[in-house]
Design a protein around this ligand. Structure first.
Ligand code: ZN
Length: 260
C-alpha cells in the first residue's frame, strides 16, 4: 500500500518568541507531532507560515494526502490564495486535521462556513475527554476516556455546523464541556477538528493525543482526488417531452463561478 503523504503545517511563532513554549517544543510543535505519529505507512513533511506561499505551494498541496493544521496568533497572516488552494484541494479529496486554536483559522472557517467561536480560559486545569463514538476509526485504541493533567479550557457553545459529528467530548475541571473531537465531510474530503494542543503544555507528547491524531490521518486519507464543477450532462434516454422552443442559457461553470 502506498504511504500516506502527510504535511504538518504550523504557524511556528510562539516557539520562536516565547521561552516557555520554546522549552516545551524547541524545534516547533509540528516536528514533535511528526515524531510522535511517525510510522511506516506515513511520509511526513513540514510547512510553516514564514516560508514562501506559507509553505503550501501548489506542488506541496497537490502531493499532500492529509494536511494537519496548527495556528493561533497569526491566522490573518495566512495568504488568502493559499487558503483558497487548500480549501479547493479538501473538496477534491484531501484530508484536513485542524488542531486546537486552529478553530479560528481561515481554512477551518472556510470548510465549516461558521464563525467557530467558543469560550476559553487559560488556567492549566485538567481535561477529561470522553469517547462518545467508540466505533469510530479515530477512537480506536482510546479507552472510555483519557485525561490531560493541564489544558486550556475550550467551552461550548462551539459555533460549528450541525452536521459535525462528535467523537470526543471534553470536560474541564472548571465546569465547562466542549465537543473536543468532531468530524465533517466536505466535497470528497474528510475533516477532523481536535481540541487539545495549547502551546504552553506538552500535550503533543501525550500518547492518547498522538494516537488520536494518527488515527485521524488514516481515517482522513483520500479515497480519490476528483475535481468538482457544474457540468452539462447528456440524457441517457430519449426525452420525449422536450420543449423545442425553450431557449438554452446553460453555462458550464467551475466552483468559483467562472465559465469552464
Ligand atoms: Zn491555546
Amino acid at each position: 500500500m502506498e504511504k500516506i503523504r502527510v504535511t504538518i503545517w504550523n504557524e511556528f511563532v510562539h516557539e520562536k518568541t516565547n521561552p516557555g513554549v520554546a522549552a516545551i517544543y524547541p524545534d516547533g510543535l509540528h516536528r514533535t507531532i511528526g515524531r510522535g505519529i511517525a510510522a511506516d505507512d506515513l511520509e511526513i513533511r513540514y510547512a510553516s507560515l514564514e516560508e514562501p506561499e506559507n509553505g503550501l505551494s501548489r506542488e506541496v498541496v497537490e502531493t499532500t494526502d492529509v494536511l494537519i493544521w496548527w495556528g493561533h496568533c497569526a491566522h490573518d497572516k495566512v495568504d488568502d490564495d493559499v487558503v483558497k488552494r487548500v480549501h479547493a484541494r479538501v473538496l477534491e479529496g484531501m484530508g484536513l486535521i485542524v488542531l486546537h486554536s486552529g478553530h479560528f483559522s481561515k481554512i477551518f472557517k472556510a470548510v465549516t462556513g461558521t464563525t467557530c467561536s467558543l469560550k476559553w480560559r487559560e488556567a492549566g486545569e485538567k481535561e477529561r475527554l470522553w469517547t462518545v463514538d467508540p466505533t469510530h476509526p479515530i477512537a480506536q485504541g482510546i479507552g472510555e476516556y483519557f485525561e490531560l493533567p493541564h489544558e486550556e479550557m475550550y467551552g461550548e457553545r462551539f459555533d460549528i455546523p450541525p452536521d459535525a459529528k462528535t467523537v470526543f467530548i471534553g470536560w474541564f475541571e472548571g465546569g465547562n464541556v466542549f465537543r473536543s473531537g468532531v468530524t465533517l465531510e466536505r466535497g470528497y474530503g474528510k475533516v477532523f477538528y481536535f481540541q487539545p494542543g495549547h502551546e504552553s503544555y506538552p500535550n503533543f507528547r501525550n500518547p492518547d493525543v498522538l494516537r488520536v491524531i494518527g488515527n485521524a490521518v488514516r481515517w482522513a486519507r483520500p479515497v480519490f482526488f476528483r475535481s468538482l464543477s457544474a457540468i452539462k450532462y447528456p440524457a441517457l434516454e430519449e426525452i420525449r417531452s422536450a420543449d423545442p422552443n425553450a431557449a438554452s442559457t446553460g453555462i458550464e461553470q467551475n466552483l468559483d463561478g467562472s465559465a469552464r
